[in-house]
Design a protein around this ligand. Structure first.
Ligand code: PSU
Ligand code: MN
Length: 308
């Protein structure tokens, strides 16, 4: 790959370009969570709040999306609004990126899509809500998120609240191990489960201190071990959902998806929307709280990494 040819597809916002010139820490943010993960207008409000939290901690946020045939690194408030309220925004993972760029229109990047663009832009830290993973029933459906393959090869640190229990978290961690992706946890020993703090599965390493996290990640990349690192951090206690309740609604949502024959890239957005409806919107408050927390953890990591 010729990095210069690839970078010709990127358009940087003025604040992100200025931060990069000044050598200030940057934090990438995804846009699928805005377009397909949360309803309007809470999605746009949350996206702006998350950007502000990152700035307050001394890093520059770079929300990534595809707009009119360009990979945009850093969006204005109006562009966040456009992604958040438009109908028919494409969901852009690795497979979809060429079509999204040549076809025009709006594209919201997934974890995998955002990692690709962040790496091209030279951004090392990326904050999301939850990563995709191995779906329950994957032994029959083969439904394994492209996020996991991306983590295996693209060198970006991904800060998340673990993975949703719509996934098989045990198999997701096995897959990451097979592909050499380290799973770090902070604030607790176990990998987080998005709406709830504890997935019941241990992370590989617990590193609470951003300087230690940065040292681990830098060492991996210094050794030439390309690929991502997952940093899991649990939703704040006060915003956690009762586990029995979320498990019940998750099973219901997965049954509904199967009954309606939902497949492929439509599965995750369908199930997320269904859970939101089944919880009467209460899952949204948890979702917002965990993303805000992830942003704080990610900004501290970006600041620490920039010093190494
Ligand atoms: N998990 C969530 N919220 C999300 C997503 C995942 O809790 O919004 C989004 C992310 O953008 C992730 C994508 O990369 O869904 C995974 O989709 P799939 O399972 O189709 O790979
Ligand atoms: Mn899938």
């Amino acid at each position: 790959m010729d990095a210069n040819i690839a970078r010709a597809w990127l358009t940087f916002s003025a604040p992100v370009a200025a931060a990069q010139v000044a050598g200030r820490p940057l934090v990438a943010l995804e846009s699928t969570i805005i377009a397909h993960g949360m309803p309007y207008p809470q999605n746009v409000r949350t996206a702006r709040e998350v950007e502000a939290l990152i700035r307050e901690r001394g890093a520059e946020p770079a929300t990534i999306a595809v707009i009119d045939g360009r990979i945009r690194i850093g969006l204005s408030d109006d562009e966040l609004e456009l992604i958040g309220r438009s109908e028919g925004v494409q969901k852009v993972s690795r497979r979809d990126l060429p079509a999204a760029l040549t076809g025009g229109g709006l594209g919201a990047t997934t974890v995998a899509g955002t990692m690709i663009c962040a790496a091209l832009a030279g951004i090392e830290v990326f904050v999301t809500g939850g990563i995709g993973g191995v779906h329950r029933g994957a032994p029959e459906t083969f439904d394994i998120s492209a996020d996991l393959q991306e983590l295996a090869k693209t060198s970006v640190a991904v800060v998340c609240a673990g993975a949703k229990s719509i996934l098989d978290i045990g198999l997701t961690l096995e897959y990451l191990e097979t592909h050499g992706v380290p799973v770090l946890s902070c604030e607790q020993d176990n990998f987080a489960a998005f709406y709830t703090r504890d997935s019941g599965f241990p992370a590989d390493f617990r590193l609470d201190d951003p300087a230690e996290q940065a040292r681990f990640i830098r060492t991996k990349w210094d050794l030439g071990l390309a690929g991502g690192v997952v940093l899991s951090t649990p939703v704040p206690q006060a915003a956690e959902m009762p586990r029995e309740e979320i498990d019940r609604w998750t099973r219901q949502a997965l049954d509904d998806a199967a009954a309606q024959g939902i497949t492929g890239k439509a599965v995750t957005p369908f199930v997320l929307a269904r859970i939101k409806a089944l919880t009467g919107g209460r899952s949204l408050a948890t979702n917002i709280a965990l993303i805000r927390h992830n942003a704080e953890v990610g900004a501290r990591l970006a600041v620490a990494l920039a010093g190494r």
